[in-house]
Structures are given as structure tokens and as C-alpha cells.
Design a protein around this ligand. Sequence first.
Ligand code: F0G
Length: 351
Amino acid sequence: MWRGLVKEYSRYLPVTEQTPNVSLQEGHTPLLFLENLSERLGVELHVKVEGANPTGSFKDRGMALAVAKAKEEGSTTVVCASTGNTSASAAAYAARAGMKCIVVIPDGKIAQGKLAQAVMYGAEIYSLDGNFDEALQMVKQLSEELPITLVNSLNPYRIEGQKTAAFEVCDQLGKAPDVLALPVGNAGNITAYWRGFQEYHQDRGTGLPEMRGFEAEGAAAIVQNRIIPNPETIATAIRIGNPASWEHAVRAAEDSKGKIDFVTDEEMLYAYKLLAQTEGVFAEPASSASVAGVIKQLNSGDLAKGKQVVAVLTGNGLKDPVTATTNANVNVQKIPNDYSLLLKSFEGVTV
Ligand code: F0G
């Protein structure tokens, strides 16, 4: 039985006998081969389905460890700023650990499902009239002035936990892929994957992928090499204009001979629908930045055909039903409660 990633990968993590087990059996997510899209695009495309984690995003990997370590160190309260997924995950793991969780979110800019999660897991929620970057500054300061533990990815245990996703990709494929594509927001995850691939390669000779990270066009601070004061994108999860792990992301791209690039909202929405409608995979809009980026770079020739590519789908599509129903070509037809009328609507239609 899978015991959660802290136990399964304890050899690679900063844990001791004293570290409490605060697990929801996160990790061990599917690596799914996309047969239809691979044929269409001319690459071997796999997706790492992180939406299959307990709270529906990759954040559970880092949170399982960060909350366990906070508890081990005697803390009773965790705090985070969040575009939604971090707060959902922090709240769940804090509940599991019997700790208090405080979250600060940008008002009106987080998906409904994520807010519902934080509410249900019992977090104390502050909806800030400001953006994620401003919220992060505030909780950082709060954690310095009060005896509470910051569980944003500035907390080193978050990155340590998240690096296990790279281990799993190598275990599932038998080696590292040629290319690892993922969305970039605060840039913690690209930092974590790169560390994970390097550590596994050192230990097991699994090889190193090119790291290709994708920001949203309206929040592409790293690509433009400047802080974006008012980031805007439909992908609220990565609506971040001053990524905390900026330098690490640049280094991961450079050292791996990869690239930090951007995708437009249109490109993300296209990939979002394509994944659902050609492969039955429903990921949240920000997640589809990885596949959108692969398509963009295949079209531009930046990415060669025939490569083995793993695109990380960071969060579950169900978290954001509003974006789905307002952007898919909704085909819901209202009908009276009358079978003959339903049958009639198929007249002349081949099914
Ligand atoms: N994808 C999703 C679904 C996310 O929620 C995030 C970040 C990212 C990608 C980007 O990851 O920040 O490590 O580069 N969400 C954070 C949050 C900011 O608060 O939930 P990153």
C-alpha cells in the first residue's frame, strides 16, 4: 500500500523518527500517455496528473512535508498567501495535523472550488484587496513577527516535498524524459522538479530533462525580466508578477538547456479544451499552460518532433467550474419533460 510520499521517499527527505506522519496519501499520481495528442503533434506526450492528489493539486506534495515539519518544530499555526491551491492544501494538512491555518487570498481572483476547499477544511480566510504578490509580502512579515509558520514555497520543506514528483516521473518512465514542461507562477515547482531530477540522476543515473516552464503572457515577469505590478490572466493560479523563486527558475532553465517561455490566455484555453475533448483529461486552466507551451514550441520549431515530453498538469479542472462553463462551447439544450420531443431532436441526425 502507498503510504504517502514522505514515507515512501524518506531517504531523500529531511525527516527523522520524530517527524510526525501528516499524510493524506499524496503522491503516486498517474503518468498518462496521451495517444491521440501524441499522434496529432508528432511527439511522445505524457501528462503527470497532479490533480489526482488528495486536494486536487501538486501542492499536497510540499504541504505534507511542510506541515509535518512545522508540527515537529512545535508550531501550532501555519499561514500562506495563495491563488487558491496552496490555501486548499495548507488548510487540509493543517486540519489533519490538528493545527490552525490562516490564508490570505487575492479578493475575487481565486477559483470557486479552491475557496470552497479552504472554507470546508476550516481555515481562517482573509480576502485581500490586492494581488498575490502583495499578499505574499504580508504573510512573510506576519510569520516574522508572530509565532506562526509560513508554508508558501519560500519554506524549504515545500520544495523538498515537491521534488518527489520528479522521482515519480523517472520511476514511471524508467528514466527522465527528454523534456519536462510545466506552468510557472511563483516558480517553486520548476525549482523543485529540477532539484528532484538532479538528485535522482546522481543517485540512480536516470538522466536530466530540458526544463521548459511557461508563464501566462499577462504575468510573464521572468520572460520579460521585469516585475509585473498588475499581472492579469484567465489562469488565476499563475497570476503572479514577482515570482519568489525567480532566480532558481532561470537557473533550472539555463542549466538544463531549457527555456522559460510564455503562453497567451487563448493558447491555454485551446489546450484546456483539447485535453478534455481529445483525451478525457480535465485539468485547470493554469495547468494547461504546459501543454499549450509544448504546442507553441512545436509550431515554432523551438521543440523538435519525436521527443519524449512530460507535461505536468498541476491541478484538477473541477476546481474552476466557472472557467469551464464560460469558455467551452457549451452545448446544453433545455428540453421539456417529454420523451417524444427528445427523440424528435435526433431526426435526420446520424449518431
Ligand atoms: N499550477 C497551478 C494549478 C497552481 O496552483 C500554481 C501555483 C502553479 C501552477 C504554479 O506553480 O507557483 O510553483 O510556479 N499556485 C500557487 C497557489 C501560487 O497559491 O496555489 P509555482
